[in-house]
Design a protein around this ligand. Structure first.
Ligand SMILES: [Fe+2]
Ligand SMILES: [Fe+2]
Length: 190
């Protein structure tokens, strides 16, 4: 991005807004950048890198939830299994949202399974019994919450679309954590 076009979008008042001719002329430049125009002021490479870390985290969570869903046993298993399955699907949706945004930003989603756990924030913990599985998921959700909040604060208003996507995901991770915290609080037996 050139310096002049960047300052054009640094308005302090309505009078500084780019006029119609400037908007039209700018839109015709660098068409290969698609949705990314000169008014995008975030560090695109850095945003893609962060989104790829979040993407790896989501896939590790998908796999952990499926493992727990298939392995859950015991008195409370039915109710907890349903939660694990629902979360697995929701983490998959999060992964989809992140991957789509990465492509929009001109990046490539890194789905290489060889390096997935190393790139993920959360861990793939199998858990020893049902209660332990719930606990491990609560920990993973809390990791996700902190990492999404950090990303949102870093991106700020420089990339409002990415920020909105991350906020939507964060809201759901908080719901997930809350559900597990409630479960653990009322846990009876092993
Ligand atoms: Fe998620
Ligand atoms: Fe989650």
């Amino acid at each position: 991005m050139s310096k002049t076009s960047a300052t054009k979008f640094n308005h302090t008042s309505a009078a500084d807004l780019a006029d119609r001719e400037t908007l039209r002329a700018n839109a015709r430049k660098k068409l290969e950048d698609g949705a990314i125009t000169d008014s995008y002021t975030a560090d695109r490479k850095e945003v893609v890198k962060l989104l790829n870390e979040a993407l790896a985290t989501e896939y590790v969570c998908v796999l952990r939830y499926y493992r727990h869903y298939f392995m859950a046993k015991g008195m409370l298993a039915d109710a907890v299994k349903a939660e694990f399955l629902e979360h697995a699907k929701q983490e998959q949706d999060h992964a989809g949202m992140l991957a789509e945004r990465i492509v929009q930003l001109g990046g490539e989603p890194d789905l290489n399974p060889d390096t997935l756990t190393a790139r993920s924030h959360a861990e793939y913990k199998e858990g020893s019994d049902l209660r332990d599985m719930v606990k491990e998921n609560l920990i993973a959700e809390r990791i996700a919450i902190d990492s999404y909040r950090q990303m949102i604060n870093y991106i700020g208003d420089k990339d409002t679309t990415t920020k909105r996507i991350l906020e939507r995901i964060l809201e759901q991770e908080e719901e997930h954590a809350d559900e597990f915290a409630d479960m653990l609080e009322g846990w009876i037996g092993k």
